[in-house]
Design a protein around this ligand. Structure first.
Ligand code: OAD
Length: 236
């Protein structure tokens, strides 16, 4: 069995990290304008504002803990390893809660909040504190070029070749806690369908593209992911 799992902000919601969009209009992008905070143009025009936004999110992340949905996926990875099955875990999340929940192999398609990148030499460094214009790149020693290691709107998601290969090799595609509104990840379900791969959605409520999935299980991730992992592991 070869399972490809795509996670989104919903899996970290119960850990206290806000989602970007919800039907109540309280998501992060209803409170903040992504075009002013999450684009290369916004960073060039207003670096302090962009740094302040990501500094606050980094701070919030360091105060958060993984929840049972993260641990359930780690349990699945461990069990699969022991029996020769494969779990590919791709996340749109920039948090490190999958890793702290015990997953050892996680692909971050939209980058990582606890890393910074030098726009001069492209070196990526671990970064847990505040990030700002006065920070110096530890590799090229230049000041003023450090930015969050996050994929902004208008930039290319990371690891796409590896992801496409691994999606094509899977038997089941599972989307967890994602609204299915940001491409290319939102297109993985139709790609999987075209390839004849079974598809399943686990989300608080049916997502925008729920109709494309063969099956859906709805409720908080801590419950539905744990139950789904239990079912997968009980199958012969
Ligand atoms: P969204 O905020 O768009 O969607 C979150 C989804 O999680 C929604 O469908 C919710 O119904 C669901 N959800 C909320 N609470 C949940 C819970 N407790 N259990 C299960 N599901 C729950 O987040 P993403 O789809 O991840 O990009 O957003 C995709 C990208 O848009 C993000 O990676 C981010 C953003 O712009 C970047 O920052 C580059």
């Amino acid at each position: 069995m070869n399972i490809f799992v795509l996670t989104g902000a919903g899996i970290s919601a119960e850990s206290g990290l806000g989602t970007f969009r919800d039907k109540q209009g309280t998501g992060l992008w209803a409170q903040f304008d992504p075009m002013k905070l999450a684009t290369p143009q916004a960073f060039a025009a207003n670096p302090d504002e962009v740094h302040a936004f990501y500094n606050a999110r980094r701070h919030n992340l360091l105060d958060s803990e993984p929840n049972p949905a993260h641990s359930a996926l780690a349990r699945l990875e461990n069990a699969f390893e022991g029996r020769g099955d494969r779990l590919e875990l791709v996340t749109q999340n920039v948090d490190d809660l999958h890793e702290r929940g015990g997953s050892s192999s996680v692909i971050h398609i939209h980058g990582e909040l606890l890393k910074a990148r030098c726009t001069f030499c492209q070196t990526v460094a671990e970064w847990r504190g505040e990030l700002g214009r006065s920070d110096i790149c530890t590799s090229c020693n230049r000041t003023g070029g450090m930015r969050p290691h996050i994929v902004w709107f208008g930039e290319f998601p990371m690891f796409m070749d590896e992801i496409e290969t691994s999606l094509a090799a899977s038997d089941l595609f599972v989307a967890i806690g994602t609204s299915g509104s940001v491409y290319p990840a939102a297109g993985f379900v139709s790609q999987a369908r075209r390839l004849g791969i079974a598809t399943c959605e686990l989300n608080l409520e049916p997502s925008d593209n729920a109709g494309e999935f063969d099956e859906g299980h709805y409720g908080p991730a801590s419950k539905v992911v744990d139950e789904w992992v239990g079912r997968v592991l009980s199958e012969p």
